[in-house]
Unconditional design. Structure first.
Length: 371
């Protein structure tokens, strides 16, 4: 007997958004979560339009549109701020990257403006002098993702029922918890990040460890989310360890400092030398950081797909199993768009954007089946 119309595994920002979108379609959803902090709890919570590939840009732009449509209903504890993003060119030749970024965004109707060195200094006086310029994207923002995920589930009302426990196995249209409980539904959606690899016959995801630091509270002097234009190369590198400047001004008066990437590490301990490199890079852009107190540093794990795009759609061997995985560092940004695509697919409706680049089937060459 079916427990619900759809079971969603994972109540981070992706799973919560999927549950919310499915509830809007009139479906009964069982949301299963192990209560362990994941990428949603560890990340920066940025809502940023990324354009490192046409598919990434299309999904992030679509998802940001959906996020903005909900802002007037979002409670204060989600900490939404429409601060925009200021992409920074450290050297004059990097302005060519800013120009290409502007052209790509303009093609999808996304507003942005090129700014020169003097304008950067006026917009963000804390930045060091001598930066070449940048690109300002005023429509970007930030939220506190853990509270946003909780709110999405609450906003769905009685259409979403929560069950707490670790899913240890899948059978035909059935999830099995560590305590032996079993729940069934016509459709099961995996939105549990790296844990999904333990439930699938073959692993699909790669861990990218990241570290963050946050300062004490200070008078608010940073207005935008600040990111260096080299961030995209760091974020999408397929190997090695990298850092890139990324700082957010949180509504609390704190500065959240990123970012770093390490491949294939599941060690939760902070890598002190890498953290030092990341902080040094941040201070090169914001010298005042060197005088601020850090009150917390932590590490988390992004779940990345092989090609850098999320896996959104049915598993080719199991028509009852949907995947909502592999969002890497863009899970918060693309949560609403990803969930809308998943909900439309499950309901056999036309998707609002072409979902071909994200279809999970692209990663499979075999047809294993659950026994």
């Amino acid at each position: 007997m079916a427990t619900a119309d759809v079971i969603v595994i994972g109540a981070g920002i992706i799973g919560a958004a999927c549950a919310w979108q499915l509830a809007q379609q009139g479906l009964r959803v069982l949301l299963v979560d192990d209560r362990r902090p994941g990428a949603t709890a560890a990340g920066m919570g940025h809502l940023v339009c990324m354009d490192d590939s046409p598919a990434e840009l299309a999904l992030s732009a679509y998802s940001l549109h959906l996020w903005r449509s909900m802002l007037d209903r979002m409670p204060d504890n989600c900490a939404w701020r429409g601060c925009g993003t200021l992409w920074l060119a450290e050297k004059p030749q990097e302005m060519a990257i800013a120009e290409v970024k502007q052209q790509r965004m303009a093609a999808l109707g996304i507003n942005s403006e090129l700014v020169d060195s003097q304008q950067v200094a006026r917009l963000e006086p804390m930045l060091r002098s001598g930066l070449a310029g940048g690109l300002r994207v005023p429509g970007d923002g930030i939220i506190y993702a853990p509270n946003a995920a909780r709110w999405l589930v609450e906003d769905a009302g009685n259409a979403v029922r929560r069950v707490y426990g670790e899913v240890v196995a899948l059978e035909q249209q059935t999830v099995i918890l560590a305590n032996g409980e079993r729940f069934s539904a016509p459709v099961i959606t995996l939105a549990c990040g790296l844990h999904a690899d333990k439930l699938l016959p073959d692993p699909l995801l790669r861990a990218k460890k990241g570290q963050l630091a946050i300062t004490d509270r200070y008078p608010q002097r940073v207005r935008h989310q600040l990111v260096e234009l080299g961030y995209g190369a760091s974020a999408h590198a397929s190997d090695g360890t990298s850092v890139a400047f990324n700082v957010q001004a949180r509504p609390t008066g704190q500065l959240l400092i990123g970012s770093s990437r390490q491949f294939d590490s599941l060690d939760p301990a902070i890598d002190i030398p890498l953290l030092a490199t990341m902080l040094k890079r941040a201070a090169e852009f914001l010298p005042a950081l060197a005088t601020m107190n850090l009150i917390r540093c932590w590490a988390g794990f992004r779940a990345a797909s092989a090609d850098g795009l999320p896996l959104l759609g049915p598993h080719p061997a199991y028509p009852w199993l949907w995947l909502a995985l592999g969002h890497e560092g863009l899970g918060v940004t693309t949560a609403m768009g990803s969930a809308a695509l998943i909900a439309a697919q499950i309901q056999q409706q036309r998707t609002a954007i072409d979902d071909t680049p994200y279809r999970a089937a692209r990663m499979f060459t075999t047809n294993e089946a659950y026994q």
